[in-house]
Design a protein. Structure first.
Length: 43
């Protein structure tokens, strides 16, 4: 079976976080706030 798109291993903690962050970043309602939070968390 061929799958087009990005796959995430949501059974692992990091995979779940990656999926959550990536989906939040493409959501117009969330992306601005998520980007702002990530910038402040990384400073």
């Amino acid at each position: 079976y061929r799958y087009e798109g990005k796959r995430y291993d949501c059974g692992s903690k990091i995979g779940f976080l990656q999926a959550t962050i990536d989906l939040a970043l493409v959501n117009p309602e969330l992306s601005g706030a998520v980007r702002e939070y990530m910038r402040s968390a990384l400073d």
